[in-house]
Design a protein around this ligand. Structure first.
Ligand SMILES: [Zn+2]
Length: 46
């Protein structure tokens, strides 16, 4: 069972492994927010 963390942006509960948590230094985002950031990056670079 994975622990539940909160997305930094939308505060949604997300299930992540503790290893991921430490890899990201506690900066966890849900997949929706990650998608949004990816889109923004594309727009900025485009
Ligand atoms: Zn989110």
């Amino acid at each position: 069972m994975s622990p539940i963390f909160k997305c930094l942006i939308c505060r949604k509960d997300i299930e992540r492994s503790t290893r991921t948590f430490w890899n990201k230094k506690g900066h966890l985002l849900c997949s929706t927010c990650l998608d949004n950031i990816d889109k923004k990056k594309l727009n900025n670079e485009g």
